[in-house]
Design a protein around this ligand. Structure first.
Ligand code: ADP
Ligand code: MG
Length: 728
């Protein structure tokens, strides 16, 4: 017999913060200590190797074997100084999280002994047996070969005793089997599409960067309580649990003082992140109890995304040192806020000009408005696809569930930018756009108040919000790989920019100067987007659902249906045209998504069924049996009036019996539904069937939660919401 719930609760409640060792020196002394960054490259590589490597990183030049050998030698020296014994290619398959297979550096020295060995080939390429990763039928198991290939644009790092090399993961036949490959292609596509437009403003521009600043929300739960909840362990969320009397209604958790144990966890996490060159900056309590957030300074998107993946790994490991388990699930608890991962997204030139922030002068403002409007046009055209890009079984509990963004992708501009766009429609195309700077002085067309950039004008109900110098894609789920959403966003923007540039060229051929041609091309787009994708109102309201449908925005709420967007004609045309995905890759990925969707729901359904039968019903029956004993004793003593004497007991017994029967029936119904769903062979059809099952989980939970409310607290085996959410 294990510890009782109340023993677990007492143990959890009395835990003290774990001491965290302070680093020696100031931040600059240890920041990036465990990454092979540019400073290390300068230190450990000879001049020629360094030059070639930087040429590869900065200009995309290919890297020859000799250079790779030189780089590997430098890395090996650095790594061994840090006690490294193993090396791994670190990649992002289509599962959740990252994958790594460690190889010792051991090799024969040819003289009967062994040495540490690491060369350019091991750096550049590995051949993990790929048959057990999701591939959507691209690679049949008999052809199990997959390749990982070094991504030199994301620095190598050390975790524990292992040198980790960020890599892409592709099939023998060349198709991408990961998140990183298409993401890098989309980042390049948007750069290639944006540069010709930037050059109309500044001919020196050679590259456009995608920037990402993610905000990671998460919950912490005491590990002893977590271990007593099979649903948390198996599915990452609670499948049952009556709401606690106090939740987040007092708004007393948001930004509140950080509890000691949590602060210690955060401190250690930040330290580990900083050593890995991850510029973690912000930490705070989030809205729901035991919910927190962490955010770094934004950076180049491919690297920033790798860092997010790494941080999620670190969180899992470090939380345990502090007696917590971190929940990255989008909706671990019903009735309180779920967790997202806002993707702050922007574009900027290699000359240092941000493209989604007001410029320094009229020319800069025109460039800003050009990109701003085209991004909105892209989001409008592919709003259904963008929603599909964040649609998962877990994120579905957040979207449209009257919190976080609704299941409609619209864009929030704020009053100022809406006015800017409206005014542009009224004036001649050669009117210079003047936007007030920080000085607050302004002449000309449009005045943006000084507070603009720091504007707190926010709309929590919008999935895609402009926040002064970037867009915030808020609909991304907390457990997601950001690349899923941003590959789609970058691709959509790239496609739109290409189309736009062609239109501008045509106008210029007829003799218009660039600024007029641009404005003439922007105007019809502005007219179009203001009435469709731009929406500053309440995204949760019923009216918006109706209005959005009228405007032609995608209002689908079923995840398996949303996923189909990826193989729509428009999506296939866009992705294949840009070289981001082939049609086969799109089809294969959909198979994977449907399969993962079905399996996640299947696991939840099984866990819920078993918990109902093995945990909930026995507790209820034990209570009932005690009540029945009372009643029968009362009957002996008060044969006439026992029904009055035991009114409460009888009432409870009836209620419990009714609820238990309902639960049993529903669990059995669900089992049959599962059996039927499992018999469907195509993944889409199966996912649709599992979508129905997903909906039915709510119904089963209701009588269970009702039982929790009436069964003797001492007999209830599962840690309750008030314990999971309020002990830290
Ligand atoms: P809030 O919660 O108010 O949205 P945070 O400070 O939590 O703000 O997070 C904002 C995130 O946006 C940070 O990661 C920040 O670095 C990032 N960010 C700021 N400016 C840009 C930009 N131009 N492009 C991309 N990300 C940005
Ligand atoms: Mg924030």
């Amino acid at each position: 017999m294990g510890a009782t719930r109340s023993e677990l609760v007492n143990k959890a409640f009395t835990k003290k913060a774990v001491e965290v060792e302070s680093p020696s020196g100031v931040l600059a002394d240890y920041y990036g200590e465990l990454v092979f960054d540019r400073a290390k490259m300068h230190k450990y590589l000879d001049a020629e190797t360094l030059r070639r490597l930087l040429d590869c990183i900065d200009n995309g030049e290919p890297l020859d074997r000799k250079t790779a050998d030189g780089v590997a030698a430098g890395m090996k020296q650095w790594a061994m100084e840090h006690g490294v014994t193993h090396v791994t290619h670190w990649f992002q398959p289509l599962t959740e999280g990252t994958a790594e297979k460690h190889d010792s550096l051991i090799d024969y020295d040819g003289k009967g002994g062994v040495i540490e060995s690491f060369d350019g080939k091991s750096l550049a390429q590995q051949e993990p047996d790929a048959s057990s990763f999701p591939n959507g039928g691209i690679r049949a198991t008999f052809e199990a070969r997959g390749y990982t290939a070094w991504d030199p644009t994301s620095p190598v790092f050390i975790e524990g005793d292992t040198l980790c090399i960020p890599t892409v993961f592709i099939a023998y036949t060349g198709e991408a089997l990961d998140y990183k490959t298409p993401f890098k292609k989309a980042i390049k596509a948007v750069s290639d599409a944006a540069v010709p437009i930037c050059r109309l403003f500044d001919p020196k521009v050679r590259k456009v960067y995608t920037y990402l600043g993610w905000e990671q929300e998460y919950f912490l739960v005491d590990e002893d309580l977590y271990a007593a909840r099979p649903d948390l362990m198996m599915t990452g969320r609670t499948l049952m649990g009556h709401a606690s009397s106090k939740n987040q209604q007092l708004d007393d958790h948001y930004f509140a003082a950080i509890p000691g144990r949590v602060a210690a966890f955060m401190r250690e996490l930040e330290l580990a992140g900083h050593k890995l060159g991850i510029p973690i900056k912000t930490r705070h309590n989030e809205v729901a109890p035991n919910q927190f957030e962490l955010a770094p300074i934004f950076g180049e998107a491919n690297l920033a995304n790798d860092q997010n993946q790494l941080v999620m790994n670190l969180m899992n490991i470090i939380a345990r040192k502090h007696g917590f388990v971190v929940l990255l699930h989008e909706k671990p608890f019903d009735g309180v806020n779920g967790s997202g991962k806002h993707n702050n997204w922007s574009l900027g030139t290699d000359t240092g000009v941000p493209l989604l922030a007001p410029g320094k002068d009229a020319k800069g403002n025109l460039q800003f408005v050009t990109f701003f409007v085209n991004v909105l046009a892209a989001v409008q055209k592919h709003n259904g696809l963008l929603k599909a890009s964040i649609a998962t079984a877990t994120n579905a509990h957040r979207l449209g569930a009257n919190e976080a963004p609704p299941a409609i992708v619209s864009a929030f501009l704020g009053k100022t930018m809406t006015e800017v766009l409206r005014k542009l429609l009224e004036v001649p195309s050669d009117t210079p756009i003047t936007i007030a700077g920080k000085s607050g002085k302004s002449v000309g067309l449009v005045e943006i108040p000084e507070i603009f950039v720091d504007n707190t004008d926010r709309n929590r109900t919008s999935p895609f919000a402009f926040t002064g110098n970037r867009f915030e894609f808020r609909a991304v789920g907390s457990s997601a790989n950001c690349a899923g959403a941003l590959t789609t966003l970058d691709s959509a923007v790239a496609e739109q920019l290409i189309e736009f540039k062609a239109a501008v060229d045509k106008e210029m051929e007829s003799g218009k100067k660039a600024s007029v041609a641009i404005m003439d091309c922007l105007k019809p787009i502005i007219k179009e987007i203001l009435g469709v994708v731009c929406f500053d109102g309440n995204g949760y309201s019923e009216e918006w659902q109706k209005e959005a449908r009228k405007r032609g925005l995608d209002t689908e709420t079923s995840v398996p249906e949303m996923i189909r967007q990826f193989t729509s004609d428009a999506a296939v045309k866009m992705f294949t045209g840009l070289g981001v995905y082939t049609k086969e890759e799109l089809e294969a990925r959909n198979e994977v998504k449907w399969e993962i969707y079905s399996k996640k729901v299947q696991i939840e359904a099984r866990v819920l069924g078993r918990m109902a039968i093995n945990h909930v019903i026995p507790a209820a029956l034990e209570y009932k049996s005690g009540l029945l004993k009372n009643i029968s004793r009362a009957k002996e003593v008060f044969p006439e009036s026992y029904k009055d004497v035991c009114k409460t007991e009888i009432d409870l017994v009836e209620k419990i019996s009714g609820l238990v029967t309902r639960i049993e029936d529903m669990v059995e119904e669900m089992r049959v539904a599962r059996k039927n769903a499992n018999a469907i062979s195509d993944e889409y059809g199966k996912a649709v069937a599992y979508h129905e099952i997903a909906e039915s989980l709510f119904a089963i939970r209701k009588p269970i939660d009702k039982l929790e409310e009436i069964v003797d607290n001492k007999l209830w085996p599962l840690p309750k919401y008030r314990e999971l959410l309020f002990i830290s």
